[in-house]
Design a protein around this ligand. Structure first.
Ligand code: NAD
Length: 257
């Protein structure tokens, strides 16, 4: 449950930023990278495949791994936490969802203002030129990494940010703008280890925002948060949005000065 003073700040906030990580999608059946029991690290560590070096060494293997991830994501559906953020968008003047996830579940749920910091797994691009490659071009390709349409010795790769790569400049700028301007920040389902995303909630706090964390486990962000809500994102986000709806109803029906 969100503390009363934070509920009031959320109710009065003009701009809310929500930063989400892999834990936000866990309840939709998409494992986090660090979820060793049922995670995709079972055969290979994600850190060993989601890199430019791994792709250079064995494009076909990396492409196959991503094909498996795509298949899993295609069958995934948003959960109550994603839906709660859609409702939240209708309750506050401005909501920015900044996600490290590449699965598109926030948009599928109906969130309108989503910034994808790490790209989107359903898109592909040329690994040499970075130019976007259409699904039609890829449709005819077989098992391995498909040939790029732009360079004879180039391949298609997923349009996601790999370990060691820069974030898309525009997305990072949007995220930093949201961090600087928001007055309430929610960090949900992220280890707060992957930079620069991990710095965004602290940047928001430095600029005066209240900060809460939603995660079953302690993270490096926890000591900085005004409140840590320990548990699953679906349940906690639903509760917070329910609290906010009640708060707004009470505020609307209160005495008018
Ligand atoms: P992570 O895998 O390192 O950590 C996930 C975090 O979520 C952990 O702190 C865990 O305690 C928490 N968590 C687990 N279940 C949760 C739940 N039900 N509710 C709330 N929190 C929960 O993920 P990360 O820190 O976001 O960083 C890893 C990178 O891997 C990301 O940048 C992302 O791009 C990528 N990734 C994306 C997806 C996806 O698109 N769904 C999946 C795996 C990894």
């Amino acid at each position: 449950m969100l503390a009363d003073y934070l509920l009031k700040r959320l109710g009065e906030a003009r701009h809310v930023m929500v930063l989400t990580g892999a834990g936000m999608s866990a309840e939709s059946g998409i494992p986090t990278f660090r979820d060793t029991e049922k995670g995709m690290c079972a055969e290979f560590r994600a850190e060993d495949l989601a890199t430019p070096e791994a792709f250079q060494t064995n494009p076909a293997r990396v492409w196959r791994w991503y094909e498996e991830r795509r298949a899993k994501i295609r069958s995934a559906r948003p959960h109550a936490g994603h839906q709660a953020l859609v409702v939240l968008e209708s309750l506050v003047p401005e909501l920015s969802v900044i996600t490290q996830n590449v699965d598109g579940l926030h948009q599928l749920a109906g969130s309108r203002n989503v910034t994808e910091l790490h790209g989107n797994i359903m898109r592909s691009k040329c690994h040499i030129t970075g130019r976007s490659i259409s699904a039609d071009w890829l449709a005819g390709s077989s098992q391995g990494a498909p040939q790029s349409p732009y360079v004879s010795h180039g391949f298609a790769r997923p349009d996601v940010v790999w370990f060691g790569e820069m974030l898309p400049r525009e997305a990072l700028q949007q995220a930093m703008d949201a961090a600087v301007h928001c007055d309430f920040c929610i960090s949900a389902g992220t280890t707060s280890l992957v930079q620069p995303a991990a710095s965004l909630p602290l940047m928001a706090q430095e600029h005066g925002a209240s900060l809460i964390e939603i995660n079953p486990l302690e993270t490096p962000l926890s000591p900085h948060a005004d409140q840590c809500l320990r548990g699953a994102a679906s349940e906690i986000l639903r509760t917070i949005v329910g609290q906010l709806e009640s708060w707004k109803r009470d505020a609307d029906h209160g005495p008018q000065l």
